[in-house]
Design a protein around this ligand. Structure first.
Ligand code: S3P
Length: 429
C-alpha cells in the first residue's frame, strides 16, 4: 500500500492520545498464558499483526484463546498439554514470536516448523539456536540452522549457563523459557541489560526467577498459573509522538498510560538531554510494569552522543531519534548500535537512505550514524521497506515539510500501531 500525506508546511500537533498496548509485553502475556494452568485474562493487548501471529501459533498448538479487540482470554491446560501442530507455525514479521517460540518449543517433546515473511527469513536465528542446542534441543534450518524456516524437535533439556554475546531480550527470554522445562538451573549472563519483561511476567505467573543485574537464573520444571495482565501503552509507539511534539513547532501532546519500565525509557532520557520539554506523571501502580502519562511541548533541541549501555534501552527508537536529530542544533552521533543491522530491516541503511531523500544531512557508520542538524526537510517519495518503525518515522517527518510525501509499503505500520494514522490525523491542527 502507498499513502500520500499532504502538509501545508504549517502543521502543529495538539491533544491527548493513548497508544496501543506494549508489543513485547503483549507477546509474553499470550505466551505465558498459553503455557499456564488456569485462566489468563489480558487487558490492553496489542492487536497489531505481530501479536495476532503469536495467538495464531498457540491456537495451532491446541491452546484455547478467545480474543476480542484488546481483550484476550486464554484457558490454559498447562505446558504438557501443548499438541504437536499439523501445520507450519507462521510468525509473519515477528522476531519476538519466532525467537521466544524457539525457546518454548525446545522444551516440548514433539516436532514443529517455524517460518515467517521475507524479513524474518533473513534475520539471524543462530543466536538462539546455539544455546538451545547446547541444552539438548534438535534444531535445523537454512544455513545449518541459522535462518528460518526452522524445524525443532524438543524435549529432554538440561540447564546451562549461557554468556550471551549480544544484549538481546529475545535471546535471554528464549533461553529462560527453555530453562523453565529443563533439568536443573539455567543462567543467562548478558553484556548489557536488555528489557526484562519476561522476568517480571514469569514472576506474575508464579514462577521464581533470580536476577542480579546482568545475570538471570531460572530453576527448571516450574509450572505457571494463569493470572490477569494489564498491558500498558507501548513506549516504542509513544516515541513517535513524543518526538513529533518535541520537533514540530507549537505542538503539545499528552500520551496516557505509557509503559515506563526502566529497561525501555532510554528515549525519554535522550530527549531530555537534547533539551525536550517532557513532564512525567505516574499513572499506574501495577506491580508488574510501571506506567505514566507523558506531556511534551515543542522546544529547541541540541545534538547529543548516544552509545554504550543506553543502546538496548532505546534500540527500537533509533529511527525516530535520528529524525529528532535532523531538527537539533549541532551533531548527533549514534554508536554501539550494530544490532540495528539485524532488525526488521537494516535500520542503519534504511534510516540513512530514506531521511536523505527528504534532505537530511545524515551518514552511516559501521555501528550507527552521524546526523548534522538542523535541516529543512522537504516532501519526497519514500519507502518503509516493510519496516513499521521506518514507516512511522517517515510519516512524522512529513509533518515538517510542505507538499506531498508518498510513503510506499505503509501497510507495515499495522505491525505495531494499527491506528497510527487515525491518531496522527486527530492530533493535526
Ligand atoms: C524485543 C527485543 C528487542 C527489540 C524487539 C522486541 C522483545 O530485540 O528490538 O523489537 O520483545 O524481546 P532484540 O532482543 O533482538 O534486541
Amino acid at each position: 500500500m502507498t499513502i500520500t500525506l499532504t502538509s501545508n508546511g504549517n502543521i502543529q500537533l495538539n491533544g491527548t492520545i493513548r497508544v496501543p498496548g506494549d508489543k513485547s509485553i503483549s507477546h509474553r502475556a499470550v505466551m505465558l498464558g498459553a503455557m499456564s494452568e488456569g485462566q489468563t485474562k489480558i487487558f490492553g493487548l496489542l492487536t497489531g499483526d505481530d501479536c495476532l501471529n503469536t495467538i495464531q501459533c498457540f491456537r495451532k498448538l491446541g491452546v484455547d484463546i478467545r480474543q476480542e479487540g484488546d481483550y484476550a482470554e486464554i484457558n490454559g491446560l498447562g505446558f504438557d498439554k501443548l499438541q504437536e501442530p499439523r501445520e507450519v507455525l507462521d510468525v509473519g514479521n515477528s522476531g519476538t514470536t519466532i525467537r521466544l517460540m524457539m525457546g518454548i518449543l525446545a522444551g516440548a517433546p514433539f516436532h514443529t516448523c517455524l517460518t515467517g515473511d521475507d524479513s524474518i527469513t533473513k534475520r539471524p536465528m543462530d543466536r538462539v539456536a546455539i544455546p538451545l542446542k547446547r541444552m539438548g534441543a534438535k534444531i535445523d534450518g537454512r544455513h545449518h540452522g541459522s535462518f528460518a524456516p526452522l524445524s525443532i524437535r524438543g524435549g529432554q533439556l538440561k540447564g546451562i549457563e549461557f554468556v550471551s554475546p549480544v544484549a538481546s531480550a529475545q535471546v535471554k527470554s528464549a533461553v529462560l523459557l527453555a530453562g523453565l522445562h529443563a533439568e536443573g538451573s539455567t543462567t543467562v549472563i548478558e553484556p548489557q541489560l536488555s528489557r526484562d519483561h519476561t522476568e517480571r511476567m514469569l514472576a506474575a505467573f508464579g514462577c521464581h526467577v533470580e536476577t542480579d543485574h546482568l545475570t538471570t537464573t531460572i530453576k527448571g520444571m516450574q509450572s505457571l498459573k494463569g493470572t490477569t495482565i494489564n498491558v500498558p501503552g507501548d513506549i516504542s509507539s509513544a516515541a513517535f509522538f513524543l518526538v513529533a511534539a518535541a520537533i514540530i513547532p507549537n505542538s503539545e501532546l499528552t500520551i496516557k498510560n505509557v509503559g515506563m519500565n526502566p529497561t525501555r525509557t532510554g528515549i525519554v532520557d535522550v530527549l531530555k538531554e537534547m533539551g525536550a520539554n517532557i513532564s512525567i506523571k505516574e499513572s499506574g501502580r501495577d506491580e508488574i510494569e510501571p506506567s505514566a502519562d507523558l506531556t511534551v511541548q515543542a522546544s529547541e533541541l541540541k545534538g547529543v552522543e548516544i552509545g554504550g549501555e543506553i543502546i538496548p534501552r532505546l534500540i527500537d527508537e533509533i529511527p525516530i531519534i535520528a529524525l529528532a536529530a535532523t531538527q537539533a542544533n549541532g551533531k548527533t552521533v549514534i554508536r554501539d548500535a550494530a544490532e540495528l543491522k539485524v532488525k526488521e530491516t537494516n535500520r542503519i541503511d534504511t534510516v540513512v537512505q530514506e531521511l536523505s531523500k527528504m534532505g537530511a544531512n545524515i551518514e552511516p557508520v559501521k555501528d550507527g550514524m552521524i546526523i548534522h542538524g538542523p535541516s529543512k526537510l522537504h516532501a519526497a517519495a519514500v519507502d518503509s521497506h516493510g519496516d513499521h518503525r521506518i514507516g512511522m518515522m517517515l510519516a512524522i517527518a512529513s509533518c515538517l515539510t510542505a507538499g506531498n510525501t508518498v510513503i510506499h509499503n505503509s501497510e507495515s505500520i499495522s505491525i505495531s500501531y494499527p491506528n497510527f494514522f487515525q491518531h496522527l490525523n486527530e492530533l493535526k491542527l
